[in-house]
Design a binder for this molecule. Structure first.
Ligand code: GDP
Length: 485
């Protein structure tokens, strides 16, 4: 055998052994962690998982013989260490494969004092159980095929969720709805690719002459479904994380007053001296069910004041990093060059709404005035007459934001299929590969070009559910988990 071939065989052998030991390690060691957190509480749950979990827990348990326990049963008794009774507990037994991890699992329900929990854990470790890594229970559930990657990640999202929208979207994904949708798409793609391959191999029995038109139609329809998923994800993220909103305008136009109005309280100092808001202020407010992450900018203007200068730089950054800019002008004063200068700092990708503030002091022909403003600001058609003092125009502002970001309809958590950016990127790649197939069809390329891009799309979708996840990706994903999960 030549040197190169020996090298390949050796590498293959090393890889095989690595996986073999990984599987041995996976199957053999028994892990434990407190699943309820380490703070004083009425009860705490310590989860133990692994092939020997029942035997090992039984060795420190005084009560029923757990090794004879049926699955999904609860047993009253005591955790003991030699002659010491550590705690009075309830042990729930879940036998493989019907457990969270797919392995034999014992959940020890003990009292929630920090010392009790630590002592029970310590006793378990002395009996031969190892401390679980963050996310290791869920990782085992994934590696044992109990759940796929989207479900595993939605466990994390569910734990992190702080509002009902995020919770509902995570539960929806945890129930496997994402995976089944992705699998349907993958099946469709595989059908297309295998038909083409079969036809290329056996042209006598398969006819590809009309297939291009059919394939193009199918791919356009599939792409539009994928596109919709991305749209729902983007809208869902905006709703979940909040719209990064910046309030901008020259000094004294009413930025701090608007911030106070939105927050319903005095937060920024409102004065009639230009330049008093020295720094950006960050707050969150809820506007008709839409969360805005607000930052008020220091009045942007030429300044020699060093403190103010820092605030001004930050304001420019804040505008660049926002999703929405609420741009204020003073309706009682003529539009100045500084107004247009600040307005022109707003990048094209940032949605802007112009608020003509102090409308309570105005006595003008609304529509004519709004047209003039719109013209002055590059034809911007989101212009609202507003009063930060009286709150006039607030409903219009809410409607406008709803309209601009959600086309008037807030997303339904049941329609949000993706829970994180990783999944979105894979979906993006799948879409790109499908667009290449369409291009090949349009450019009259031969059919074998189609299958390679179709398979790329198939694999990108597979990444979402973890069908081809390597060790590195798996480790990276699960390391973000909290202990005991
Ligand atoms: P900023 O420098 O842009 O933050 O402006 P402020 O919020 O500090 O407001 C400057 C001045 O304008 C203050 O005296 C506010 O009371 C006043 N002001 C702000 N908004 C309104 C409004 O809608 N109507 C009236 N009449 N006065 C306003």
């Amino acid at each position: 055998m030549g040197g190169f071939a020996t090298h390949i065989v050796f590498n293959f052998y090393v890889l095989l052994m690595k996986h073999f030991f990984l599987i041995i390690k996976m199957n053999n060691d028994t892990i434990a962690a407190v699943s309820t957190g380490l703070q004083p509480a009425g009860v705490a749950i310590i989860r133990v998982s692994g092939k020997d979990s029942v035997r090992l827990v039984n060795s420190i348990f005084k009560g029923d013989d757990l090794t004879k326990a049926l699955t999904h049963t609860v047993h009253y008794g005591f955790i003991i260490s030699g002659d010491d009774v550590i705690d009075e507990v309830l042990v729930s037994v879940f036998l493989s494969p019907r457990s969270y991890t797919g392995e034999d699992v014992c959940e020890i329900g003990c009292h929630g004092g920090v010392d009790v929990v630590e002592e029970v854990l310590h006793t378990l470790f002395s009996a031969g159980v190892r401390s679980a890594d963050p996310g290791e229970f869920t990782k085992r559930a994934f590696l044992n095929g109990r759940i796929d990657l989207t479900q595993a990640e939605s466990v994390m999202e569910l734990i992190k969720s702080q509002d009902s929208f995020s919770r509902k979207a995570a539960v929806h994904s945890l129930m496997g709805n994402v995976s089944s949708k992705i699998n349907i798409f993958r099946d469709e793609i595989l059908d297309m690719a295998s038909f083409i391959e079969a036809a290329l191999d056996d042209p006598e029995h398969y006819d590809l002459s009309d297939y291009r038109i059919k394939l193009r139609k199918k791919i356009i329809s599939l792409s539009s479904d994928l596109h919709e998923m991305i749209l729902h994800f983007d809208e869902g993220s905006l709703l979940k994380n909040g719209i990064r909103t910046v309030i901008a305008g020259r000094p004294n136009v009413g930025k701090s007053s608007l911030l106070n109005l939105l927050l319903h309280r005095e937060r920024a100092i409102v004065t009639s001296v230009p330049g008093t808001t020295r720094d950006t202020i960050e707050e969150t407010c809820n506007l008709g069910g839409i969360r805005l992450l607000l930052s008020d900018t220091a009045g942007i203007r030429e300044t020699d004041d060093i403190v103010e200068h820092i605030g001004v730089d930050r304001s420019v950054d804040a505008i660049k990093n926002s999703d929405l800019c609420l741009f204020l002008i003073d309706g009682t004063k003529p539009i100045e060059e500084s107004d247009t200068l600040i307005y022109n700092l707003i990048p094209d990708n940032v949605i802007r709404i112009i608020l003509i503030n102090k409308s309570d002091l105005l006595n003008r022909n609304d529509s004519h005035f709004m047209n003039i403003v719109s013209e002055k600001f590059n034809g911007c058609d989101n212009v609202i007459l507003f009063s930060a003092k009286s709150g006039d125009g607030l409903h219009q502002l809410t409607d406008s934001i709803r309209n601009l970001f959600f086309e008037n309809k807030l997303p339904n958590p049941d329609e949000v299929y993706l829970v994180n950016e990783r999944e979105k990127q894979d979906l993006d790649s799948a879409l790109k590969s499908l667009s290449l197939v369409v291009r090949s069809i349009d450019e009259g390329m031969t059919e074998d070009f189609f299958t390679s891009d179709l398979m790329d799309a198939y694999n990108s979708l597979g990444n979402i559910i973890g069908a081809n996840a390597g060790d590195d990706l798996i480790d990276r994903i699960f390391s973000k988990f909290c202990m005991g999960k």
